[in-house]
Design a protein around this ligand. Sequence first.
Ligand SMILES: C[S@@+](CC[C@H](N)C(=O)[O-])C[C@H]1O[C@@H](n2cnc3c(N)ncnc32)[C@H](O)[C@@H]1O
Length: 322
Amino acid sequence: MTYLETTAKFYAEAAATPQVGLCCISTPPMQYPDLKIPEIIYQMNYGCGTTIHPTELTGLPTVLYIGVGGGLEALQFAYFCRRPAAVIAVDPVREMREAATRNLQLAAQQNPWFETSFVKILEGDAFNLPVPDASVDVVAQNCLFNIFEPADLQKALKEVYRVLKPKGRLIMSDPIATREIPAHLQADERLRAMCISGAITYSDYTQHLVDAGFGQVEIRDRRPYRLLDTYSFNLDHPLLLESLDSVSFKVPIPSDGACIFTGKTAIYQGREESLDDHAGHVLLRGNPIAVCDKTATKLGSQFPQEVIITDSTWHYNGGGCC
Ligand SMILES: C[S@@+](CC[C@H](N)C(=O)[O-])C[C@H]1O[C@@H](n2cnc3c(N)ncnc32)[C@H](O)[C@@H]1O
């Protein structure tokens, strides 16, 4: 059996017997006015952070959701994109598709604004998405891609890139590892399926996104997620996993490299009213401007006395330099 088959089997069981916290230490779901989340959907919250960023959901986009789980985020996306087939949810596991269908029927009974037709659930997997090239505005996945081995992760990201319209967004939430996870844990297929041992480091994760062609990546949240302790995981030192929420844009990669926004700002503190770096950035004295990490490094080394670069907040929400 391959690790992908083990994963599918694991989620078939998770669909048949919902268990709180079975996979991922879930965050309490985002609440919105007039959104009622059925109890069973709470129990089947198998994600970590969130992929729901309302600022990305103006203009009633079409959302392709990969790995439907109990249907929590499909329901939340439908809240913002209220029309038939606004959300296309894909999952290879029949039991999970059936559970999500039942759960969304319950949601329709509890939410007058929601119709089950808003979410179209399709058989398919992350490597063969059942939609044409450049056909969706948003792709989202929560706590699935971290399970994939690196070559499969790259394949899945390229497949996402294929189906996104130009300027479309990939919204993800995944565990990442603060150092490389030892081989004995990576090879444990069940731990991998549980989103515990497939996580890669922050720099590998962002590099995979850039390698797949995404020219801009925005980090929306990064926080402690779970500690792999020495006793349960046969480790010399504890290993902290973090959860990372990001939005990546299908825009060309600039010739000097992709823009990755982590919440850094540049602040001019010189004698003049402003500073022009003649590369598209004008800094007014005393006013922080959001910059991507690449621009932060350039400005910091070009103007070491005049420009202060603030630390990453890991919470960037648009309005930046590039
Ligand atoms: C960790 S759960 C996450 C569920 C959901 N995103 C959530 O936040 O609750 C992973 C989901 O991905 C599905 N899945 C497993 N292998 C997959 C694949 N190769 N392609 C797409 N989905 C897959 C599972 O059936 C399950 O629904």
